[in-house]
Write a protein that binds this ligand. Structure first.
Ligand code: C2E
Ligand code: MG
Ligand code: MG
Ligand code: MG
Length: 290
């Protein structure tokens, strides 16, 4: 039995590996042409300032509608883009497209004080990254303080000294810096303190309804207190229920992002969302002016 079993196990693994390898090849092949074929787009997910109840920004989230593979999750294709180096051109496309879009929204009078763009580890570590950000800001005409770059804790862990230099160069440009998926890595207060970070985004694993428990709530409370002592603001990701929002409000969390407010929206719908919410914000401002 054992001989047959091990042979089956071997076959099972090799078949699985083959499927994975084929999928990887297909993704790589498709991604190489994705920009040229116009298959990439950006969805924008609004964020809310809990205290003022106004839109405080939006996060740019990449979408890929492949002609051969259909819709592919960024969780899957960003990893392939990282491994193959395609992330450089894709990341540049996201940065340029998002900055240009937000500049044009703001030029037409829409209220959107911030656009968050995700930056992968490899992209961040590239020698030309700071120059690229500067170039995109100049070309798009977007005010630097409107751009927020989201990096993960792994960027800080990989090469702390290099990250320190790059982050300071980015701060010198005037952009905002946020740590994404905070709480899933291993950075502690003492370590974080040396970096010029403006914001922590609490990972949605600590927020989500399925995992709502005392332990996660204690973690959220601790992160907010820690951020406060470091003069950083806090955004909670993955807020889906009113109960979660109430808890975060009580804890004095600054901003929320999640399905409760809005799903990530295609550009047209995002514009509509901002138009209606910006109008409400302007109305409130007008009435307080008079
Ligand atoms: P992320 O940066 O942490 O983005 C938040 C993710 O949570 C998004 O998934 C968003 O759709 C999802 N989300 C937002 N609100 C809720 C909610 O209330 N409930 C639940 N269950 N999910 C919510 P998405 O768009 O699939 O992106 C996944 C990840 O892919 C992102 O996580 C980010 O790490 C990466 N990614 C997306 N776009 C880019 C990009 O342009 N560049 C890079 N480097 N990575 C990107
Ligand atoms: Mg993000
Ligand atoms: Mg996140
Ligand atoms: Mg605070």
């Amino acid at each position: 039995a054992s001989k047959r079993e091990s042979r089956n196990t071997f076959n099972f693994y090799s078949a699985e590996m083959k499927v994975t390898a084929l999928r990887h090849m297909a993704l790589e092949k498709g991604l190489r042409n994705a920009i040229a074929r116009n298959e990439l787009s950006i969805h924008y997910q609004p964020q809310l300032d809990i205290r003022s109840d106004k839109v405080s920004g939006a996060e740019a989230l990449l979408r890929w509608q492949s002609s051969e593979l259909g819709s592919v999750s960024p969780v899957e294709f960003i990893a392939v883009a990282e491994e193959t180096g395609l992330i450089y051109s894709i990341g540049e496309w996201v940065l340029r497209t998002a900055c240009t879009q937000v500049k044009s929204w703001r030029d037409t009078g829409m209220y959107l004080p911030k656009i968050a763009v995700n930056v992968s580890v490899k992209q961040f570590s590239h020698v030309g990254f700071v120059a690229l950000v500067q170039q995109v800001l100049e070309e798009s005409g977007l005010e630097p303080e409107v751009l927020e770059l989201e990096i993960t804790e792994s960027v800080l862990m990989k090469d702390g000294d290099q990250a320190f230099t790059t982050l300071n160069a980015l701060k010198a440009l005037g952009v905002q810096l946020a740590i994404d998926d905070f709480g899933t890595g291993y950075s502690n207060l003492a370590y974080l303190k040396r970096f010029p970070i403006d914001k922590l985004k609490i990972d949605r694993a600590f927020i989500s309804a399925e995992q709502a428990n005392k332990e996660n709530q204690a973690i959220v409370t601790a992160i907010i207190a820690m951020a406060d002592s470091l003069d950083m603001s806090v955004t909670a990701e993955g807020v889906e229920t009113k109960g979660q929002l109430d808890f975060l409000k009580l804890q004095q969390c600054d901003d929320v992002q999640g399905f409760l407010l809005s799903r990530p929206l295609p550009v047209q719908n995002a514009g509509d969302f901002l138009l209606s919410h910006g109008k409400a914000a302007n109305d409130a401002k007008d009435s307080s002016d008079t």
